[in-house]
Design a protein around this ligand. Structure first.
Ligand code: M6R
Length: 371
């Protein structure tokens, strides 16, 4: 039931404040008599120590689920100190890449039925790794075959383009970081800030959804373009990949997400006054590096659309002209949840304006159960 919405994708984008609330329900513990701020992940409780002691955490997934893990990687590394590597499921299987008994392999999948991810799971089980599932589908193959796991509880996702599952996956993995991270005094302030940030996140997503009309206007401006680049780095490298994936998947416009740190190693050759480029430059440890990327793109007359934190419009575009998307600032590791929303809206409006099928994009299936 689409309710007041025209498409499932539109509905699922707009219900993210509620889906995120459901994802966190009963899992965050704030204050109380002992004033501890922590998380409870029932499905993992017997395995947390093993995960903490593992030699490596390997995230495995496809498409949007892979991107969600990429967004969560830095906070898991920071809080757990365990090295984290990333594997696209099909590539791991193609290479028969090394997976060891001392590894924790985390399988991220909305449907829990993706053939490539399932094959990678069988491979990791054969190699003796502890296998953890992060899925949205209770009783799915990945939920059943992993040793333990977390349901993201985002509610049924119908649009082929994954939207609310992506943001719930990131939130679950941020909670995973809190659960496996040690509770050293040195990280206590940081951990508390993340818990507070999680609690307030649905409100921030509600706020960023107000950019709907602005994104529709931007879509009108871009609808006839052939191509769109998205540059991000740090926590928002994943946002660049996921924003571009949404645009190409539903609006059928060529779009690439790129690591801004790689700009000078090739992509810069594409820059001219015609090609639209979205640069994600919200406040975090990479902000000044992104400012210099913007300056270099300006110097080559790049056609820029900059996503920045509220109040930063003048400083990110100093000395050049660009269109700005201002978003609320949240704790750095949660910023990808806020930043993807305007790009989901942009992809949605581009698709409607270009006259393509929003919920059933050409050639795609919701769940890819064949190799
Ligand atoms: O169900 P899964 O999360 O395992 O699906 C993985 C990908 O097929 C999926 O995320 C795909 O990339 C989406 N259609 C992207 O919106």
């Amino acid at each position: 039931n689409k309710g007041k919405y025209e498409h499932y994708m539109q509905k699922e984008i707009h219900e993210q404040p509620e889906s995120l609330t459901t994802t966190m329900r009963g899992r965050l513990i704030r204050g109380g008599s002992c004033k501890v701020k922590t998380v409870l992940l029932g499905g993992l409780k017997d395995h947390i120590k093993t995960i903490r002691r593992s030699r490596r955490i390997v995230f495995i997934g496809c498409g949007t689920s892979y991107n969600a893990a990429l967004a969560a990687r830095p906070i898991i590394e920071e809080l757990s100190g365990v090295p984290v590597t990333m594997e696209i499921a099909s590539d791991l299987v193609d290479r028969q890449g090394p997976i060891y008994r001392e590894d924790t392999a985390v399988f991220v999948s909305q449907s829990g039925e993706t053939a490539d991810t399932l094959l990678a799971l069988e491979y990791a089980l054969e190699n003796g790794a502890l296998c953890v599932g992060i899925t949205n589908t209770v009783g799915s193959a990945i939920a059943r075959k992993t040793h333990c796991g977390i349901h993201i509880n985002a509610g049924c996702e119908i649009g082929v383009a994954s939207t609310k599952a992506y943001t719930s996956q990131i939130v679950v993995m941020a909670m995973l970081a809190l659960a496996i991270g040690d509770d050293a005094i040195s990280s206590q302030t940081r951990r508390e800030a993340i818990v507070d940030g999680l609690i307030d996140l649905p409100n921030k997503v509600r706020e960023v959804l107000k950019l709907d009309q602005e994104m529709k206007d931007l879509a009108k401006l871009l609808m006839a373009e052939q191509s769109l680049l998205v540059f991000g780095r740090g926590y928002n490298f994943a946002t660049a990949l996921e924003g571009a994936l949404k645009v190409k998947e539903v609006s059928l416009m060529h779009s690439e997400g790129m690591l801004a740190g790689e700009m000078k190693h090739g992509p810069l050759a594409l820059v001219d006054e015609n090609l639209p480029i979205i640069v994600i430059a919200t406040r975090d440890a990479c902000f000044s590096k992104q400012q210099s990327v913007i300056q270099q793109l300006h110097a080559r007359k790049g056609r820029l659309i900059v996503m920045c934190s509220k109040g930063d419009a003048a400083s990110v575009c100093a000395g050049g002209s660009c269109r700005v998307i201002e978003v609320p600032q949240v704790e750095d590791c949660l910023q990808p949840v806020v930043n993807i929303v305007p790009l989901q809206l942009l992809a949605y409006h581009l698709t409607v304006l270009r006259g393509h099928n929003v919920d059933q994009p050409r050639n795609l299936a919701k769940s890819v159960t064949t190799q």
